[in-house]
Structures are given as C-alpha cells and as structure tokens.
Design a protein around this ligand. Structure first.
Ligand SMILES: C[S@@+](CC[C@H](N)C(=O)[O-])C[C@H]1O[C@@H](n2cnc3c(N)ncnc32)[C@H](O)[C@@H]1O
Length: 473
C-alpha cells in the first residue's frame, strides 16, 4: 500500500467508505489515544522513556480513571510490541517502512496495536487513529492510514505471526522472538543464559512481554510488610521480608501516603533481594563502613541505609550523574547515608570498606517489562561498551575494599557477557574468592547450580537480576 494508492475519499470495496475529504472537522475528543500517540512521538523524536513521559503527561492533562488506564495500555503496549507491529505494517506497504513519515508511522503502530493486541472494535481503532494522524499531519494522509489499517485488520495477530514469523523448527529462537515481540539478539541472550531454546525460553520471553506487577518495599524499622500490605491492599511478597506486591491497576502511587511519608517505596522484589544480599554476605570483623558505588536513583541505597541504621553502620553512596545524585538525596533523607557525586572508578574515597555494592550500569535486558521501548532501542554493541565499564567499576571497588571485605556485584540483566563473563574474569584476575550467592537468597527456588544467582520474571516474578558475591582475601 502506498500513499498514492489510497487517496482520501476513494472508496474501498467491501469495507466502510473512508471519510470524504472536506472542511476539517473539529477533532474527536480522545484524550487517551492522544496521550498515547504523544508518548510515542516523544520516544521516537527525543529518545524519551515512555514510563517517565506518560505519568507527567497524564498529570498535566488531568487524565485519570479509564482514560488513564487506556492511555497506559496503548502507550506501553505499542512501545513494547513495536518490532512486531512494524513487520506487520511493512507487509501491508509497497515501500520500505523507512520511507513512511515518523508521525504517520507512530499512528500506524498505535492503530495496529489496537487491532492486533486489544479488543477495541476495528471501526473504533481505525477511525480514531485516522482522526489523530489527520490532526497532526494533515488530511492528505488520512486515506493512506485508513487503507493500511484496514489491511492490518484483515487478519488477527496469530494469523500475521503465522505468515511472518521464522519457521519454529529451523529457527526456534527467531520464532519465539517474533511471537513475543522481542529482537532476536535479546531472545538469543536469554537462551544462552537459560541454556534452553525450548519451553523455558518461551516462558521467559512470554513473561517478559507481560505487564509487570508493581512491588513496594516497606522501609525496615518503620513499617512491616504486613502493615504495608494492609494499608495498600497488596499482598506480602513471597521472598523479600520487606516486599509487597500490589494488585494490577493500582494507578499513580507517587501521592500515596506510605510513599509520601517515606515508609515505603516502589522497588522490584528482585532489587530488594540483591540489596539485602549485599548487607548479609558473610563477613568477619568490623561491619560498619558500607559503600554503594553506583547508587542513583537510590532504591538500593535507601534499603541498605535503613538496614545500616538498624545495626549502627553507615553508607557512602556514589553517583556520577548530579541529577541522579539528587534523587538519592531525596530517597535517603534521615538515613545514615552520605551521597557523593563522583565517578566510581576514581571516587577519591578512603579505602577500607567492609561491604561494597556495585549495582553497575548495564543493558537493562532484565527489566524490559518495565521499560516498554527499551528492547527496540538497545543494540548488541551497547553490551561490549558496558562490560568494559563494569570491569573498571568492579576493579575500583576491589581497591576500596578491606581485606576480608565483601563485594556484591549486581546487574539487571541476564546477558552472560555482563554477568558471569565480567565477574568471572575480574575475580580471577584479582584472586577474589567467589561465594555461593544462593545462600543469601533463602527460600527462593530454582536458583540453579550457583555460585551466582540469576533471577527471572517467569521463575520468580521479579526482574531478571543477577547477583555475585566476592570476598577479598
Ligand atoms: C543500575 S543503576 C543503579 C541503580 C541503583 N543502585 C538503585 O537501586 O536505585 C547504575 C547507576 O550508575 C550510575 N553510573 C554510571 N557510570 C558511573 C560511574 N562511572 N560511577 C558512578 N556511577 C555511575 C548511573 O548514572 C546509574 O545511576
């Protein structure tokens, strides 16, 4: 289908006639789809993060209730499924996708998502999308958008996948990747970490494509997980003693009382478990000086700080980005945590720490559920740059650790290069003892053969966090 094929007003056989091109009608009031489309523009044009743009936009425009839920579903769902939607749209065009104007493509993605992955009726999905694109790009494009979306609507998602996905026998990873809207390289990295190209890979990718639950952490010493669950209507988490899982659709939490009062914060249960592990790794001798070397925005620093307060320890929190350091300051207010804006590779801090957490910058492949557009933005080449930085940060941490001290290395990724690869190599080179991290995750099932811990959404309901614990001789 090309722009020329479908001019506005040209009737299409057997389908509802597109609207006549006439004087511009006032736009239909559709705040949810308008917000979702504006989020897609921001992600594509400004490299914005959907999960940061949308909440601000909903607040600014006072969109709430069902409209907010629909905007969220459409903005995040469309971002998450982008590659799959693009393949379907491309199959309906007679020109490369790269020749389609950016705003028009965002509109087509939004429309195709509604057609393939929601129960919104075809006429509403198509009509509302055509209206939005017409408003932003002009009437001349309406016929084209209408025609492409009508073609998309001729099959459901399963039929499109059947037509376009690689053969499952010949290319199981490519096939699962296509079915679950993941780039192939991401699916391959999951397969390598799991050691599986079959049912478990499928389960991992499916869980990664589902909307995640929101987890809260109850601040130790302030409120128990039971109390927090009772206040919020959530459920006590299965593994973290401080965790609460909220029911889906809990809405904007920033204003809820426990969070405002700093009794609780939003934090994935896997992150909680890793921060707790960093504070519990076995140690002989003093246990008072703790360091969080990559601390922004401060989730783990706050949990470590609360645990440090209970046992008379202190935490230094290092962060290279000043704006993220400010977020840490906010998160650790009233806790025994000192924030330093510095490069962790040369922080200038006094060596001799008893415990150090290196929660290193990483590809984030373990939290793709929470960052809707990330899977399509990340590139394999990002990983090699990151592993260099990760190794440098671990090496700097080793220099700051006292003999007998423990270093916990965490990334939110299952990619072997930034997990076992970087840790194994750096530990060998520096003659560190690798401890069995599984012992620091009591009650957590399916942790494999050790000594490292890799959590997974499909096994544990957490982000895919990796944790290694090393002791300096
Ligand atoms: C994975 S995040 C840490 C998350 C944090 N621990 C939490 O739980 O909220 C990694 C952080 O490291 C910071 N960072 C990147 N390079 C750094 C460096 N060379 N030194 C210190 N921090 C760095 C990033 O800005 C980012 O805030």
């Amino acid at each position: 289908m090309s722009y020329q094929d479908r001019r506005p007003g040209r009737p299409s056989r057997g389908k509802p006639a597109p609207r006549k091109d006439g004087p511009r009608r006032p736009p239909v009031e559709d705040p949810a789809r308008r917000a979702a489309l504006d989020v897609l523009y921001a992600v594509r044009e400004r490299d914005a993060y959907a999960n940061l743009v949308l909440p601000d936009l909903l607040r600014e425009r006072r969109i709430s209730g069902r409209d907010a839920a629909l905007a969220t579903e459409l903005a995040y769902g469309t971002s998450r499924a982008q590659g799959l939607l693009d393949d379907v749209i491309a199959a309906c065009l007679d020109r490369p996708l790269s020749k389609v104007d950016g705003k028009v493509l965002d509109g087509l993605r939004l429309g195709a998502y509604q057609l393939l992955r929601t129960r919104i009726p075809t006429h509403a999905a198509v009509g509302s999308t055509v209206d939005l694109v017409r408003e932003d790009v002009g009437s001349h494009i309406a016929g084209f958008v209408n025609a492409v979306l009508r073609t998309v609507s001729e099959k459901d998602e399963a039929a499109w996948v059947e037509q376009l996905a690689p053969d499952a026998e010949k290319d199981p990873i490519g096939s699962f990747a296509f079915h679950t809207a993941h780039p192939r390289w991401v699916a391959r990295s999951f397969a390598e970490a799991l050691g599986d190209k079959g049912a478990e890979l499928k389960a991992a990718l499916e869980a990664d494509d589902a909307r995640p639950e929101v987890h809260l952490v109850a601040r130790p010493g302030e409120i128990s997980a039971d109390e927090l669950a009772a206040i919020t209507g959530g459920e006590v988490a299965p593994y973290s003693p401080y965790g609460v899982h909220l029911p889906s659709g809990s809405g904007d939490l920033a204003d809820s009382e426990p969070i405002r009062e700093k009794l609780a914060a939003v934090q994935d249960e896997g992150s909680q478990l890793c921060a707790i592990a960093a504070t519990k790794a076995p140690l002989e001798g003093s246990d008072e000086r703790w360091l969080d070397l990559c601390a922004g925005p401060g989730g783990k620093a706050a949990l470590m700080g609360a645990l440090a307060a209970l046992q008379g320890a202190r935490v230094d929190a290092v962060e290279i980005a000043p704006h993220r350091a400010r977020l840490i300051e906010h998160a650790v207010k009233d806790l025994p945590v000192t924030v330093h804006v510095a490069d962790g590779r040369e922080s200038g801090l006094e060596p001799g720490y008893d415990r150090i957490l290196v929660d290193a910058p990483c590809s984030g492949l373990g939290a793709l559920r929470r960052r809707p557009e990330a899977r399509w933005r990340r590139q394999p080449s990002d990983v090699s740059e990151l592993t260099k930085l990760q190794a440098e940060l671990i090496t700097a941490a080793i220099g700051l650790l006292r003999p007998g001290g423990v270093l916990t290395y965490v990334v939110c990724s299952p990619h072997l290069a930034e997990t076992e690869g970087v840790v194994g190599e750096t530990a060998r080179r520096n003659k560190l003892e690798v401890l069995d991290a599984r012992e620091l995750f009591p009650g957590v099932p399916r942790l494999g053969d050790g000594p490292y811990v890799q959590l997974w959404p499909h096994r544990h309901g957490t982000d895919a966090m990796f944790c290694a614990v090393l002791r300096k001789p």
